[in-house]
Design a protein around this ligand. Sequence first.
Ligand code: NAD
Ligand code: UD1
Length: 342
Amino acid sequence: MRILLAGGAGYIGSHTALALLRAGHEVTVIDNFVNSSPEAIRRIENLAGKQVSLIRGDVRKKTDLLPVLKNGGFDGAVHFAGLKSVGESLQKPILYYRNNIDTTLTLLECMEETHLSSIIFSSSATVYGSNNPVPYREDMPRGLCTNPYGTTKSMMEQIFHDAAAANPELSVVLLRYFNPIGADSSGRIGEDPQGIPNNLMPYIAQVAVGRREKLTVFGGDYPTPDGTCQRDYIHVSDLAQGHLKALEYAVSHTGCEIFNLGTGTPYSVLETVRTFEQVSGVKIPYVIGDRREGDLPACWADASKAEKILDWKAERTLEDMCRDAWNWQKNNPMGYETLHKS
Ligand code: NAD
Ligand code: UD1
């Protein structure tokens, strides 16, 4: 297949690009590098021994995107191009609505004009909101999100539903990611957040490598077995494989289908810290701090739909995730070293 990855230089996009190349597919990436580095693409090419067609462009701009689609001869596209920081979205809601909604609308318009009919969208477990019981199933209603980032995901899901309902040729797969962590086992590509990491695993890894003094565990009094929040962490390479299966599904179906991509097994913050310590041999100093506003006590997937329909199941363990996250961080203490760091 020939696949367009919008935002394909980022964390999940780069791992998906590598998985596609390794499986023999052709990959084109369009990215404006607002939160990524072209270095990731260079490394993917080295790892796969194959070329990626790379376009520096803004997916919001039709003048950037339309020529790529016209000339690409694509079988499908994956839409990763979005801003993803929950905290930043509360401070800069207009930027988040503008970027995330506009990339989606421009992509759909250009697809319609060029008769490209299969699209995979990076959605999030955040769309379940706070009132559904765990584990989350795809047939549960979307909930109210507590931040603009989450609201953009929910709005974009609705846009895709409406577009598929209006165009019988369109095939949309909405992938609701749970908590992607880890890195390719080569340690050459991985998660490279700008500034202070918001998410747990990059924070732990930066403590381990000496960039941060200690971890603050956000809350130790939740109604969970050890008092810390539980999440469904999924290895980014398993997630990448899920995109391959979703693409195979999308090119042979029409309509709009939703799949959770998670393992179905929750782990607490402290279990994750302990597992990281075991596989890395590095002690992670931590303190228990206040709860973070907007955090849910527990969030995990019912992952059975993807297994049944896509024949996809996460294979890697929490140990694998921690080992690979550490392998990436210790080999690249400052990430790709091209983004602003603090
Ligand atoms: P990322 O920031 O590493 O990757 C996003 C990529 O999109 C970056 O390379 C960025 O430069 C690019 N981009 C953003 N706006 C663009 C624009 N207007 N034009 C061109 N390129 C643009 O994030 P990620 O972790 O790889 O996430 C990919 C997608 O998955 C995002 O939509 C994110 O919201 C979603 N998601 C991520 C997680 C997670 O935990 N990482 C969880 C759920 C959903
Ligand atoms: C967060 C976002 C979610 C987004 C996802 C991926 C919030 C409220 N949710 O999910 O919308 O889709 O990232 O980008 O921001 N933790 C600590 N200390 C830290 C960091 C995290 O204890 O320094 C805890 C959190 O309280 C949480 C767990 O670790 O219980 C995982 O946190 P994180 O990696 O930020 O993911 P989510 O909060 O699940």
